[in-house]
Ligand binder design. Sequence first.
Ligand code: ADP
Ligand code: ZN
Length: 599
Amino acid sequence: MVEALHVLNHTFGFSSFRDQQGHIVDAVIRGKNTLVVMPTGGGKSLCYQIPALVREGMGIVISPLIALMQDQVSALNAHGLQAAFLNSTLSLTAMQDLERRIVAGNIDILYVAPERLIQARTINLLQQVKLSLFAIDEAHCLAQWGHDFRSDYLRLDVLPQSFPHVPRVALTATADRKTQHEIARCLQLDQDAQFVCGFDRSNIQYRIQQKNRPKKQLLSFLKEEQKDSAGIVYCLSRKKVEDTALWLQHEGFTALPYHAGMDTQSRQRHQDRFLREDGIIIVATIAFGMGIDKPNVRFVAHLDMPKSIEAYYQETGRAGRDGENATAILFYGMEDVVKLSQMAANSEGNEEFKRHERHRLNAMLGLCEMTSCRRQALLHYFDDSMDTPCGNCDNCIQPPQTRDATEDIRKALSCVYRTGQRFGAVHVIDVLRGSDNEKVRQFSHQTLSTYGIGKDLSTDAWRTIFRQLIVMGFLDVDASAYGNLRLTEKSRPILRGEQSIHLRYEIKVNNTKRSHKIRDDIDQENMALWNDLRACRKQLALENGVPPYIIFSDATLKEMIVYRPLNSSQLIEVNGVGDKKLEQFGEAFLDVIRNHEYA
Ligand code: ADP
Ligand code: ZN
């Protein structure tokens, strides 16, 4: 452990281990086959990087994220380490050259794609050299029922078979008990070396709003709270991604689209710009983001509802990896509920799979509709817990009001019944509100007893009620394209007047919530230094062809502002400044600080 601390201080420039990091590093160094479940931004990388350096031999990191390997390697090189990657993007000569370096023992850490690792050629190569460990990143990918399943991961059981004496450390940010168990079984991990850290991301503020005027809602969020911030906007369809990116560009933002229908080059270019430049917004489908470890993503906005809490947690988890305040904001509506129900019903897969999908969707909807602390609910979903409400979600900051809606609900359910359970919400609401349109006349629905009994409420108000009725299981959505509504068993007691129901009052949107901005904690007098430090970082990033955060993180620059180091022995005290970075970049930053000190 003395050696591990030395590497932590000198190579990575950090003063101490965080939370369980120290215990994990210790276990891996001792050769334990270890499981690490730690939230995004928790500091998983050091858990295998340090043992890989302390133990004898080359460390192998198995990661599905080919597109990001280059950045991971650059980050290690910036710390003065010998790192490389082995994947399908290498040319034959580059590959042969790398093999020579590997055999000569000149590589500290090697990143390998799983499909590459399981090839006989790779196994043979690795068997010729001394290995310090295997780190299996994104280990949840081997859960077959999971949302990120990759079949190559299943074949990683070759590791305990072919390399029984090389310790394995599996890492993931999202794994329920069942998935943890499956990872431990496949990779033959040790019972007494499983570290499941809390799931909470306390710096992320969760907000979920009803989607009324989604563009307006997003725009006011961006303009009032996120000026010049980097962020991700998720949409369900490719077309919506394109449209939204264009619209944001018109509104003056640097917004770039990203989806699987674009050619590889444009996608790569947009991802690179997002990583390298400041203040870029990526508008994307879920194709974007796995393993994106840009630390200073300030917000993740969802314009459509994710299909499960797992997906929501993973996507929102890309915000605020640096530990600074970040916001996750989701806009959801009636049409999401209908669309996702249909997608679940029509998805390929057997009945059990569909049941799982429905279950996941309902849990997600429940999270949207709930009126108490969202973080408590999220943690509970992952078998974690929190005793008191968090104070940093919308429901905690501004508790929603509820009202007795039994009478309205009875009207809604009767109208579904009277129209024969053959129509979607739009038509049923038309009937309730007494609209005079062609469809109403076509089916003679103006003659029904429920025609016009809901005139007192607006269409939006009725949509809210129907959405909550679906979520609470009083109505079912048909799998057909029409999204017909049907009554369920659960709705009988209400129709019979035996049960009353309270619903969430929809508060008007655009109430500005407490806003967090990274600049909040930099006061006016330090702003000029902050800007100069960032400019210096940007310049060095350009010169070295790496993203700015690989030079130094925002947290490190902020410490420089607080401590104002004027020479290298003071600068090395700053968190994130290690020996190699001090040597390479130290003078440039010291110059900037001295200029301000002596100005
Ligand atoms: P994860 O892979 O779990 O999402 P990372 O390994 O990328 O997280 O770490 C997240 C951030 O926390 C990085 O910016 C990293 O430099 C920082 N970090 C990790 N461990 C420490 C530590 N012990 N002290 C200070 N910063 C740390
Ligand atoms: Zn809360």
